[in-house]
Design a protein around this ligand. Structure first.
Ligand code: NAD
Length: 484
């Protein structure tokens, strides 16, 4: 008998988040000494929406004299800030956290417009976590010595903080909240393609009546970052970004007695054992690599599956990838938004081409991509050898490379076979196995039966070429304190 039922195709109605409530200025200055200033040499650069290639605003870029001015403002403000009681400093941080919450919708929309990430993520992850970091460190401000085993503490002084474009507001919060709680002042340099939410955070600092000079925010390109770390009057550098720039900074600081924290790249292993709940694992794999278009330092970009279940997992994953919605970041149904910049798109394309050239099997989801903007459809590589570039280098895009293993020992060896060591995932129903494998993995964070879960109370940071120092939790206080 023929099945005469009609196939019903369910689709989503568009659910756009309106940007109408966002009041952006046409042009933003540098935030130094509590006010927005023009750059000394007058350089202004447009910041564009990577989903439409339209200009969102003009941004002042800091030159060397502006960098010097920001460091001077931070130095002048530091003794007064450090002299406040921890309780008083904590009140300012609470205020900033509350103002982030009040302006959450605006911040989420601007983050998605400036960076391309789905508004569902900026609304549910970036902005609430940024507020949570300020709340968390507000609570620590009057308990600093408890965070370091009861020892005497003092602030380091002026912190130079440099952040990348993948989590612009959240990375600014990770940097500023602990630095300020500990009595340091800060000069923060956002990434060139995503300065806007940091500048809204500058407005929030004004609204919170933060004493002038405690926070300066100076957008600019790599040269501004390089000038900042070379400023003689800084006490601390906290850098999040690529390993190559991290190494350059480390070399620049050699012999200077400036404290350094480096949060660098990764090629994290997401390890699926045959006894795992496979459907749950597939959801975790998707979250691990397609969250924020794969522009995540700890992305689970090396998917390692036990050979006995590899075909099943890849089959389920491919089917699930076909249901990801790629497109307008401001649509609340979107799972995968725009690639952050043309340069990043070129880098992803180059590495994917290299993967094919080296003989791995590529499959890319067939989906309609918008005609303007920068896009990359979710992609999976199988038949990957450990030496292929796509198994070794950070792609920083929605591309997952699948490797297989037979035994637990082989899984550990392959997972650790990387210059990086930022994060890892383990999928198994056996608690003992999870602990055993986690303690053998050279990774700063190991998630069990979940992935990409962040919390301000938990320390985050790397091993090997993923950097050193920790952010988050009481461990995140240490890099900003002199402990005696
Ligand atoms: P990037 O290193 O190119 O830039 C990061 C920041 O450094 C930007 O603000 C940039 O302007 C600045 N910069 C560039 N050259 C500089 C120099 N010579 N001196 C000082 N500053 C300089 O990295 P990116 O492409 O913006 O970000 C992606 C990288 O960041 C990836 O490798 C990713 O893994 C890493 N990342 C790491 C973490 C983590 O916590 N470990 C978090 C997010 C991103």
């Amino acid at each position: 008998m023929t099945d005469t039922r009609t196939r019903i195709v369910w689709d989503y109605a568009p659910a756009p988040e309106s940007p109408d409530h966002v009041r952006l200025r046409d042009s933003y200055g540098l935030f130094v000494g509590g006010e927005f200033r023009d750059p000394v040499d007058g350089t202004r650069v447009p910041t564009i929406n990577p989903a439409t290639e339209e200009v969102v605003a003009e941004i002042a870029f800091a030159g060397p004299q502006d960098v010097r001015g920001a460091v001077e403002a931070a130095r002048a403000a530091q003794p007064g800030w450090a002299a406040l009681t921890g309780l008083e400093r904590g009140k300012y941080l609470f205020r900033i956290a509350r103002l982030i919450q009040e302006r959450a919708r605006e911040l989420a929309v601007v983050e998605s417009m400036d960076g391309g990430k789905p508004v569902r993520e900026s609304r549910d992850v970036d902005v609430p976590l940024a507020a949570a970091h300020f709340f968390h460190y507000a609570g620590w401000a009057d308990k600093l010595s408890y965070g370091v085993g009861g020892r005497e503490v003092a602030p380091l002084g002026v912190a130079a903080q440099i952040v990348p474009w993948n989590f612009p507001l959240l990375m600014a919060a990770w940097k500023l909240a602990p630095a300020l709680a500990c009595g340091n002042t800060s000069v923060l340099k956002p990434a060139e393609t995503t300065p806007l939410t940091a500048l809204l955070l500058a407005e929030i600092c004004q609204e919170a009546e933060l004493p002038e000079g405690v926070v300066s925010i100076i957008p600019g390109d790599g040269s501004a970052g390089a000038a900042l770390v070379r400023e003689p009057d800084i006490d601390k550098v906290a850098f999040t970004g690529s390993t190559s720039v991290g190494k350059n900074i480390q070399a620049a600081l050699a012999g200077r007695g400036v404290s350094l924290t480096l949060e660098l790249g990764g090629k994290s292993a997401n390890v699926v054992f045959e006894d795992a709940a496979l459907d749950q694992a597939v959801e975790g794999i998707v979250n691990g690599i397609f969250f924020n278009q794969g522009h995540v330092c700890c992305a689970g970009s090396r998917l390692m599956i036990q050979e006995s279940v590899a075909d099943v997992v890849v089959g389920k994953l491919w089917e699930r990838m076909g249901r990801l919605r790629v497109g307008d970041p401001l649509d609340k149904n979107t799972d995968v938004g725009a690639i952050n910049s043309r340069e990043q798109l070129e880098r992803i394309t180059e590495l994917v081409d290299a993967g094919e050239g080296e003989g791995a099997q590529r499959r890319t989801v067939a989906c309609e991509l918008p005609s303007r903007g920068f896009w990359y459809a979710p992609t999976i590589f199988t038949e990957v050898a450990p030496a292929h570039r796509i198994a070794v280098e950070e792609i920083f895009g929605p591309v997952v490379s699948v490797l297989t293993f037979r035994t637990q020992a082989e899984a550990i060896e392959k997972a650790n076979n990387s210059a990086y060591g930022l994060a890892a995932g383990i999928w198994t129903d056996k608690g003992a196995k999870a602990f055993e494998v986690a303690s053998a993995l050279q990774a700063g964070v190991v998630w069990q039966n979940t992935y990409n879960h962040f919390d301000p109370t938990a320390a985050f940071g790397g091993y090997k070429e993923s950097g050193f120092g920790r952010e988050g939790g009481p461990a995140g206080l240490r890099p900003y304190l002199r402990v005696s």
